[in-house]
Write a protein that binds this ligand. Structure first.
Ligand code: PLP
Length: 395
């Protein structure tokens, strides 16, 4: 059979680092049935029942058996605008400032294709969510990695970026609560980004995938709460984490009109929006009383406490994440993030994600998901403790 060559754009796509990890895990699983997987980011709880029930009802509606409007039903965009008003006191025009996405991932890749030309520069957080890289590669643009360092609260230090990089930059990705570090944003961080975006004509994309998940009573900041945010950027929202709807594929991009217009133009050529029943259930989720979200955050918070306590008990000197459902723990001396993750897989049969998979400044850390029951998290820490790689606390 003929082998057709892939386009240059496809060949530019970065290697999927985590595909390698998945293969290693499969091999170990073939020999052991007690592997604990804390390496992935898939919510473990089901979608709240009232949302599922709404979809079931909506599936009977013959209107939804037809093609939906290209850009999604207006009622869903209105639900997004109402959500921003209720949750963040932000005014959003549903007709011009909201685009419906098949998950935030789609928008995060599309936005680079919508706004970038070959050779443009994009500022990305390092460590960061690898899907940002994919859109940038498809667009033939260049990445400038902004290091997120622990001593700087895992925020980029914008002072480190040179004038010539700012001149070439067209786009900047930010993400708080942050995957993988669990850090949260401050008003000052967003204010600086808005000021610099305005000064250098850089579009700011704030990935708010974990927007609902903040700990210690702190509600994570929406980028759109900051004055001037819509002038320079957009926020990506998803139902995947907030309502355990990762499999439903519903997300939104909200904010700057010209960006919304570009994304909708692109989508007109690719898709015909989402199944109407899913749109109705998504609107229902956004408009409901959010008690399920509060319960979910409480659950993650008590898992966080269990994990951090168990880590301290084995002498692992870690800090608790402030948001998201990830913990970002330092690897002990003498290991790289990958060699430590390999050790945990082979000797403790615990899967963690090596930090290097999120960028070179992810080296020295592993990412642990809070997506298993407390007992499982404790068991994982005990197994890791039995490897005796940490000196007990205080020594
Ligand atoms: N952004 C971040 C930081 C994520 O971690 C994820 C999913 O893991 C996404 C976006 C993608 O969300 P969605 O399920 O809406 O595509």
């Amino acid at each position: 059979m003929k082998e057709f060559p892939q386009s240059d754009a496809l060949q530019r796509l970065p290697e999927q680092f985590f595909a390698k990890l998945v293969n290693k895990v499969i091999k170990v699983k073939q020999q052991h049935d007690d592997v604990i997987n804390l390496g992935q980011g898939n919510p473990d709880q089901p979608t709240p029942k009232p949302i599922v029930d709404q979809l079931k009802k909506a599936a009977d509606n013959p209107l939804y058996h037809k093609y939906p409007p290209f850009a999604g039903y207006p009622f869903l965009k209105k639900a997004v605008a109402d959500y921003y008003k209720k949750e963040y006191n932000v005014d959003v025009d549903p007709t011009t400032e909201v685009a419906v996405l098949a998950g935030a991932k789609t928008g995060l890749v599309e936005i680079s294709q919508c706004l970038l030309n070959t050779g443009d520069t994009v500022l990305v957080p390092d460590p960061g969510y690898p899907d940002y890289w994919s859109g940038i590669a498809l667009a033939g643009a260049n990445m400038y990695e902004m290091p997120l360092r622990e001593e700087h609260n895992f925020h980029p230090n914008f002072q480190e970026i040179s004038q010539s990089t700012w001149d070439d930059a067209k786009l900047m990705f930010l993400n708080y609560p942050n995957n993988p570090t669990g850090a949260v944003a401050t008003p000052e961080l967003f204010e600086q980004a808005i000021q610099l975006g305005d000064q250098h004509d850089v579009c700011i994309v704030h990935d708010f995938a974990y927007g609902a998940i903040g700990f210690d009573g702190e509600k994570p900041l929406s980028f759109l709460q900051m004055p001037g945010a819509k002038n320079v950027g957009v926020e990506m929202l998803t139902l995947s984490k907030t309502y355990n709807m990762a499999g439903w594929r519903v997300g939104f991009v909200v904010g700057n009109r010209s960006v919304i217009k570009a994304i909708e133009l692109m989508q007109d050529h690719y898709y015909c929006s989402l199944f109407g029943g899913i749109q109705e259930a998504a609107a229902f989720a956004l408009q409901s009383d959010q008690s399920s979200v509060n319960q979910l955050v409480e659950m993650y918070e008590s898992r966080r406490a269990a994990l951090v306590e168990a880590a301290h008990q084995i002498g692992w000197n870690v800090n608790a994440p402030k948001g998201s459902f990830f913990a970002w723990f330092p690897v002990p001396e003498g290991y790289t993030s990958e060699s430590f993750a390999d050790l945990l897989l082979e000797k403790a049969r615990v899967v963690v994600a090596p930090g290097i998979g999120f960028g070179k400044h992810g080296e020295g850390y592993v990412r642990i998901g809070l997506l298993s029951e407390e007992a499982v998290l404790r068991e994982a820490m005990q197994r890791i403790g039995s490897l005796q790689v940490f000196s007990p606390l205080g020594k």
